[in-house]
Design a protein around this ligand. Sequence first.
Ligand SMILES: *[C@@H]1O[C@H](CO)[C@@H](O)[C@H](O)[C@H]1NC(C)=O
Ligand SMILES: *[C@@H]1O[C@H](CO)[C@@H](O)[C@H](O)[C@H]1NC(C)=O
Ligand SMILES: *[C@@H]1O[C@H](CO)[C@@H](O)[C@H](O)[C@H]1NC(C)=O
Ligand SMILES: *[C@@H]1O[C@H](CO)[C@@H](O)[C@H](O)[C@H]1NC(C)=O
Ligand SMILES: *[C@@H]1O[C@H](CO)[C@@H](O)[C@H](O)[C@H]1NC(C)=O
Length: 360
Amino acid sequence: MALTISILILVILNLKEINSVKCYHDNNDVINGTCEGDFCTIAKSTDNYAIYNQRACFIGIKKPSHTCTLDFSDNMVCFCDTDYCNTISLLRGNITILPVIQCKALIQTVYTAIPSNKCIRIISYIKHDRYELDKFNNDHVKDLQEFISGAERGDSGDLVIDAHIYWPEKMLRNFFSKGCYNTTMSPEHYYVYCRCEEANCNTPESEALPYPISPPVVKCHTSGFAYEMNYRKFETLELTGDLNYKQNYMTNETYVDEGIECQGHFCVIVPNKYIIDGEYVDIYYKGCISANEQGEQKLSVGQKYVNEITYYICNTDFCNIDIETSLDAAANASTISDNGADGTKFDCFQIVILFIIFLI
Ligand SMILES: *[C@@H]1O[C@H](CO)[C@@H](O)[C@H](O)[C@H]1NC(C)=O
Ligand SMILES: *[C@@H]1O[C@H](CO)[C@@H](O)[C@H](O)[C@H]1NC(C)=O
Ligand SMILES: *[C@@H]1O[C@H](CO)[C@@H](O)[C@H](O)[C@H]1NC(C)=O
Ligand SMILES: *[C@@H]1O[C@H](CO)[C@@H](O)[C@H](O)[C@H]1NC(C)=O
Ligand SMILES: *[C@@H]1O[C@H](CO)[C@@H](O)[C@H](O)[C@H]1NC(C)=O
């Protein structure tokens, strides 16, 4: 009896994610801020202009097993999980030097071998029919593009940490090493992002991806990219531009592209900040993610905050209609099968309660 009750209580407590660590938070917009999450990070990057530190929180994923990693380009990333632990002194701690491997890279028009810590292969498809592009740029824009390279900045370690990538692309390439991800947010868009760790694993001569992705299992709503892809379709809505589309549709959390769906392993909602009349408002991207992951981290349902982007992930048909439904579906899914990789964890409080119940 006591065992049954304690298991029940454990399940209930586990449904509530406990984000217990306070971290320093610095990026392009925030200086000396704080945030709260499952663990903290500090990243020291060097580019042509300066050395700068980025500090942030992560939510809903496992803390990498390395305390600090140093990459081929002298960028360093550290993780820790006690209050305000992501200080500069952490960068002087236990450092693991990431192994250097050979990757393929397209330099000018020639595939060349380069040294790096991770090999990257990206296949991006966007049907460009915005009329500005057709009028001025038609010859220069290809719908299907392949990008072959080594990790350059922010993506050479276990997690991706780089505030500087163009946003619509940043949200599509934020997950884990030793994996391929296929994200789609419109029938005329998909983005395959692979990071692998064996020599030349990103070779473009191979049709097969480093980690081939299995067929989809759920259907999901889409929002956000249909307009960017297919400008003409929205002319009938008398929109005068990008701002109007975002203001009129994407600020509405329940808006979805009508009569359109995508298929994947997970449905996702990704909120982003957009400036309208000088004020930040939330806009919502929706779509599907499929994955083949062979590393220590795996995508799971629930709320995630990685590389300063929030994701709501769920895995039942059309669960990404709004955030509440997505979180409900995720909670339902994790009671059925706990696939482990989420950010839930025991704390002292849970253990004390369990102990008391055992005594009764
Ligand atoms: C941020 O905090 C550091 C250390 O406390 C301090 O030296 C620095 O002046 C602060 N910067 C700003 C912009 O407040
Ligand atoms: C340094 O990190 C490695 C692996 O992350 C670990 O095995 C080792 O025990 C750590 N050393 C210290 C002194 O913390
Ligand atoms: C990625 O997803 C799109 C849309 O579902 C699909 O057409 C494409 O074949 C997929 N690519 C890979 C490599 O899985
Ligand atoms: C938000 O979008 C939904 C679905 O398209 C629609 O039914 C609803 O009226 C919209 N709400 C507002 C305030 O525009
Ligand atoms: C979660 O499970 C409950 C009970 O089975 C069900 O009523 C509810 O519709 C489910 N929610 C979602 C979003 O799947």
